[in-house]
Ligand binder design. Structure first.
Ligand code: PNS
Length: 168
């Protein structure tokens, strides 16, 4: 069985990530979506919230497992007996960042390959970062993320505005 690990922060999952999962399933028998715990980035959503949103977004897609991992990605890939890391490339600007990750992983293990798939151009300007940025200012993000994720973003930012008002 050909298994790929699709790692990331997924804070939150977007249509761009879902596009990569759909494309990846044409190549692999199973995709393990692996959410990184303890990223140096300060996440908006907890690990459990992120996993729940990914599960909801992929519930109609067979052959997808949602998990999380701590520490080195390569150790997790070995533990799951996979030998491919799947990553999406949106634009040339992603390349340097991805090259660094893929090259580091190659130094750590020659047995694991990183496979890049190109995101559909419709999604090439979606990132979790810009989704959060515009959702924070009340913009509708329904074209960029699934409905339940848009609702979770609205709830998160309304929570934080109540918190801000309380503190003022
Ligand atoms: O969605 P992201 O934040 O761009 O994903 C980055 C991720 C999770 C793939 C990368 O940070 C990672 O694999 N971190 C785990 C630590 C690790 O293995 N580091 C060595 C490779 S840089």
């Amino acid at each position: 069985m050909k298994v790929a690990v699709y790692p990331g922060s997924f804070d939150p999952i977007t249509y761009g990530h879902l596009d990569i999962i759909h494309r990846g399933l044409k190549v692999f028998d199973k995709i393990i979506v692996a959410v990184l715990v303890n990223s140096s980035k300060k996440p908006l959503f907890s690990i459990e919230e992120r996993k729940k949103m990914i599960r909801e977004a992929t519930k109609k897609i067979e052959r997808v497992e949602v998990d999380s991992f701590q520490g080195l990605l390569i150790d997790y890939v070995h533990k799951r007996k996979a030998n491919v890391i799947l990553r999406g490339l949106r634009a040339i600007s992603d390349f340097e960042y991805e090259l660094k990750i893929a090259s580091t992983n190659r130094i750590l293990s020659e047995e694991v390959e990183t496979l890049f798939l190109m995101t559909n151009h419709k999604h090439s300007f979606i990132s979790s970062e810009n989704v959060k940025e515009i959702a924070k200012y009340g913009a509708d993000v329904r074209g960029l993320v699934p409905e339940h994720v848009a609702e979770a973003l609205e709830a998160k930012f309304s929570e934080s505005s109540i918190w801000t008002l309380d503190r003022e």
